[in-house]
Write a new protein. Structure first.
Length: 318
């Protein structure tokens, strides 16, 4: 090695020592997870790493991820501010029980939270760009999760077999969500709370029915107690929420303009307020609702269809 080359190398090492830079991307533990920084222009972007990944700075590595986990959109470590961009597949098959992923995280790998045998509650970020076909498959204890606003479509049977699912929220978006008919196959016997905040397209099927057609959106949900229609959800088509005998509360805050026939046939609520934009109560809309006693009509209602309240003990319509 000539003298000139030796002097240059010594100077470079000295700079590293002064500034604290390292030739390798930093990997470190933060609040129960392992993160790895990118390189170059992405040196402040983090991706969650699998349990057991060796850390390069800070605390010893973690051999397992457990309990309640929060994935922040931003964090500060050793004086440097980072943003978390991806959870990858690092959490797949782990023993986490709850996870809250903050808005700002944009990427997750295929099957990102699948086969987590203790997982009960998931909050996906609204900024998540894609929801794969098996992101929560095999999570047999899962009770609650949401479908993020940026997700436009989900594959067949991607949420099948979630037999303990109690609460499902579809986040608000202007874009319609395209669901497959078998999307929630075998996952809805325990569903108690359903909230829809965007239009639904395709062969949507939250209901335990055989047709799998769009008009059967939330049909035959035997445990459903609370239904919330908000955000950009705009139309209640025929048969959408038929035969939900345990349904006690329906809250509608979105600008519903129309209701289809038999839309609430056989439901269990005692009172219903018709959305302000609805002009007609369709045929059989509230037929065979055994507890229905009070109906509040909006000022826009000008017609009531045939047998709209047949076999329902309605005492007060105003």
């Amino acid at each position: 090695m000539n003298v000139s080359t030796f002097i240059k190398r010594c100077a470079f090492v000295a700079v590293l020592g002064v500034t604290g830079l390292t030739l390798n991307a930093q990997t470190f533990v933060y609040e129960g997870l392992i993160y790895k920084a990118g390189t170059g222009a992405k040196s402040t972007e983090l991706t969650v790493q699998k349990p057991g990944t060796k850390v390069t700075v800070g605390d010893p590595t973690l051999k397992a991820f457990t309990g309640k986990i929060r994935v922040p959109a931003k964090l500060t470590f050793n004086g440097t501010e980072y943003k978390v961009v991806s959870i990858g597949t690092a959490l797949k098959g782990t023993d986490i029980e709850e996870i809250y992923i903050e808005d700002g995280v944009t990427t997750a790998g295929r099957g990102c939270l699948s086969n987590c045998g203790k997982l009960k509650k998931v909050r996906f970020p609204s900024t998540l760009a894609k929801f794969y076909g098996n992101d929560v498959q095999g999570d047999t204890l899962l009770e609650e999760f949401n479908i993020p606003a940026n997700v436009k479509a989900m594959a067949a049977a991607s949420c099948a077999g979630l037999k303990r699912l109690k609460r499902l929220v579809i986040d608000e978006s202007d874009a319609a969500l395209d669901l497959d008919a078998a999307q929630f196959d075998g996952s809805l016997d325990s569903l108690e709370y359903l909230e829809i905040n965007r239009p639904i397209d395709g062969k949507a099927c939250f209901g335990n029915n055989q047709k799998g057609e769009n008009q059967d959106l939330g049909r035959n949900l035997k445990s459903l107690k609370t239904l919330v229609l908000g955000g950009k959800y705009v139309s209640i088509h025929a048969n959408y929420f038929e035969n939900n005998p345990a349904l006690e509360t329906v809250t509608i805050t979105s600008p519903i303009a129309d209701m289809g026939e038999r839309c609430f046939y056989g439901c269990g609520f005692a009172e219903f307020t018709v959305p302000a934009g609805v002009t007609a109560i369709p045929n059989n809309a509230f037929r065979n609702c055994p507890n229905l006693k009070k109906v509040v009509l909006g000022d826009a209602v000008t017609s009531i269809g045939t047998q709209a309240f047949m076999s329902s003990p309605v005492e007060d319509i105003n």
